[in-house]
Ligand binder design. Structure first.
Ligand SMILES: Nc1ncnc2c1ncn2[C@@H]1O[C@H](COP(=O)(O)OP(=O)(O)OP(=O)(O)O)[C@@H](O)[C@H]1O
Length: 364
């Protein structure tokens, strides 16, 4: 069992700066959990505490049923993959892979068999006799993955492993890593993953669940779909999803909501979803949920820019000084005929209302 539990986990640096504020997180055996958030939110600090590379200031960490607070990294049944690969530069790939097993006292045939198995899984057989400096970034990252895999740990810890790769390679490595995870699970091997990234696309495409962090606090833990469709607060709403959600100040008055001097009816569905009707609100509308509405009730906006993306157009508009982005079909955009005024209507089934005073989503 490689369930990982963080209980009231705290980190204080230098007796003064609290980086992690008593977080609780329960990661199931075999789960792929992504920790995501902007720079400085303490993702790495949290991961390093799990790894045993950073002292814990308060709370506890359990791996399986063992409290590991005071165990050294080597005794925690974990393997870590870093962004800078951390391969031994003077050792051939084969020896980089073998190193951990040699230290653990494995026999030569056992090591040879393990290298063979891992090299096949990662398609790095032709690279075994090269030195790290003779590898491309993507190849080096595969070897780093191999070094973690070969240890057959209970838990894999990844700290921004793809951030040194170009966009194309990143995309293919994302798939490779999630495929490997699935393969290990299917083979009955315990393969719990904790994966740190600041990139919401990586989080959304890789995680079984995602833990969104901000300034040492957990903002929400949920599946990618749940985070996208039901963000608990303004922070998650703004962080998850691409292009970013439109978040504009608004007010709810009776059964209408107003942005600046213009208002629209909330509609029965949205009205029923509201747990409160904040006067000071923020309306959240994903650009995909803002549609062109030549007729009927809609907001009158001024077109400021249009980015052609192929079969769709990112339309930038302004509503009394507030900026909005809508994703519209290229043909629908053409039909506008370059008009300066654009009528846009939110899809009310997918709109979110946040209370501006505490950021809470009151339309879940
Ligand atoms: N050794 C240290 N001493 C003091 N403060 C530190 C130390 N390491 C990190 N911090 C601070 O703790 C906070 C969390 O840092 P951490 O590196 O965990 O964030 P992160 O979310 O991983 O950021 P990034 O994505 O930039 O790596 C930051 O404010 C950082 O400045």
């Amino acid at each position: 069992m490689a369930r990982v539990q963080l209980k009231s986990l705290e980190k204080v640096y230098g007796n003064a700066f609290k980086a992690v504020h008593g977080i609780n997180l329960d990661i199931e055996d075999g789960e792929f959990m992504v920790l995501v958030g902007p720079s400085g939110c303490a993702k790495s600090t949290t991961l390093r505490m799990v790894a045993g590379l950073e002292e814990i200031s308060g709370g506890e960490i359990l791996i399986g049923d063992r409290r590991v607070n005071d165990l050294p990294p080597g005794k925690r049944s974990i393997a870590m993959v870093f962004q800078n690969y951390a391969l031994y530069p003077h050792m051939k790939v084969r020896n980089n892979l073998a190193f951990g097993l040699k230290i653990a006292g494995k026999s030569k045939p056992e090591i040879a068999e393990a290298i063979d198995r891992v090299a096949k899984m990662l398609e790095i057989e032709p690279l075994l006799d090269r030195l790290p400096k003779q590898l491309s970034g993507g190849q080096a990252q595969r070897v780093a993955l191999g070094r973690a895999l070969i240890k057959q740990p209970g838990v894999f810890l990844f700290d921004e492993p793809l951030s040194n790769l170009d966009a194309k390679l990143r995309a293919s490595m994302r798939v490779r890593i999630t495929d490997l995870h699935r393969q290990l699970k299917a083979g009955g091997l315990s393969s719990t993953v904790i994966y740190v990234t600041h990139d919401q696309t990586e989080a959304m495409t890789m995680g079984d669940r995602i833990c969104v962090m901000q300034a040492g606090h957990i903002m929400q833990v949920a599946t990618p779909k749940e985070l996208y469709n039901h963000p608990a607060n303004l922070f998650v709403a703004g962080f998850i999803g691409s292009p970013e959600m439109n978040l504009v100040d608004a007010s709810i008055e009776g059964d209408r909501f107003a942005i600046g001097g213009q208002s629209l009816p909330l509609g029965a569905n949205l009205s029923a979803r509201l747990s409160s009707r904040p006067k000071d609100a923020v309306v959240g509308i994903r650009p995909q949920h803002l549609v062109l509405a030549p007729e009927g009730e809609a907001f009158e906006t001024r077109l400021t820019n249009a980015e052609f993306m192929g079969h769709e157009v990112y339309l930038h508009a302004e509503l009394e000084g507030r900026k909005l982005v809508a994703v519209v079909g290229a043909a629908d955009f053409e039909a506008l005929g370059g008009s300066g005024t654009v009528r846009l209507r939110p899809d009310f089934d997918h709109i979110h209302i946040f209370d501006k005073t505490d950021g809470r989503n009151v339309s879940l």
